[in-house]
Design a protein around this ligand. Structure first.
Ligand code: SF4
Length: 269
């Protein structure tokens, strides 16, 4: 067992914490040793253009008048969607119209969000290790008694991501630092159907995330064993040949595996 030195805060995101919860050993391969894990998904150009158009609408509206017209919103779509294929152009236009019809037209006023396409960043200490938390949101609204994060989804599937509990707990911690206000809920807004699914933040999620980070901090400090955790997720794991649970004679890590990163320890005075 070795003890690592310190240089800079350790970067942490919801995606990383979800991987750690699922299997510490695959976390180690991916984030500690930098081994690439090829993604199965291609680019989603239509999704990007829809995200950009919604951001433009909320960022450019003056908020001196009650709400924008459909034509005003659609102008951003035509501007951003240049270069999309004809079918995607039509599909995206319909999706945007559905959004306007459900979330802008029925309301007397379009409320100004607290943030649009923003980053969530905060620095936190756990067990003497300095972590830098980061995440992204599509929209951040003020509810009057707390914050609501809005995440636009452009996928056809409406399954709730596994990461939702970790996202809620982690963003709660980060936003509390940044805004000194509490995250109340996270809403997934499925743009293709107009369906909204909201999740309120619970005490259990906050504690779960604290305990996950604390556990990770212990491993980072002492470079303890990153144990494999087998499950259905192993079928999609690209590190099986290195995994001590999957093979009796794991292959050595390739040469491009990076050296262990140093972490920043804080001193309690
Ligand atoms: S094969 Fe399974 S247990 Fe092994 S590293 Fe991958 S996810 Fe973890």
């Amino acid at each position: 067992m070795s003890l690592r030195c310190l240089t800079m805060p350790y970067p942490l995101s919801a995606t990383k914490l979800v991987t750690y919860r699922q299997c510490p050993q695959s976390y180690y391969f991916k984030y500690e040793r930098g081994l690439k894990s090829p993604s199965a998904f291609g680019s989603a150009e239509l999704g990007k253009v829809l995200h950009k158009t919604l951001a433009d609408i909320y960022l450019n509206w003056s908020y001196q008048d009650p709400k924008p017209s459909w034509e005003w919103c659609y102008a951003f779509w035509t501007l951003n969607a240049k270069g999309l294929e004809e079918s995607a152009l039509l599909e995206g236009g319909k999706i945007l119209y559905r959004y306007y019809d459900a979330f802008v037209r029925p309301h007397a006023v379009m409320k100004k969000p607290l943030g649009v396409e923003g980053k969530i960043t905060a620095e936190l200490q756990f067990d003497n290790i300095e972590f830098s938390l980061s995440g992204r949101y599509d929209r951040l609204d003020w509810l009057g008694d707390g914050l609501e994060l809005i995440d636009y989804k452009t996928t056809k599937s409406e399954t709730v991501p596994d990461s939702i509990d970790v996202q809620l707990g982690l963003y709660y911690l980060a936003l509390e630092r940044t805004y000194q206000r509490s995250l109340k809920r996270l809403t997934l807004l499925y743009l293709r159907s107009g369906k909204c699914v909201s999740f309120d933040v619970t005490q259990a999620q906050r504690e779960d995330v604290r305990s996950l980070i604390s556990d990770l901090a212990t491993k980072l400090r002492a470079d303890a064993e990153w144990k494999p955790n087998e499950g259905g997720h192993c079928d999609r794991c690209t590190y099986q040949k290195y995994c001590t649970a999957k093979t009796c004679e794991p292959e050595p890590l390739p040469e491009e595996a990076r050296d262990l990163r140093q972490v920043q320890l804080t001193l309690e005075i």
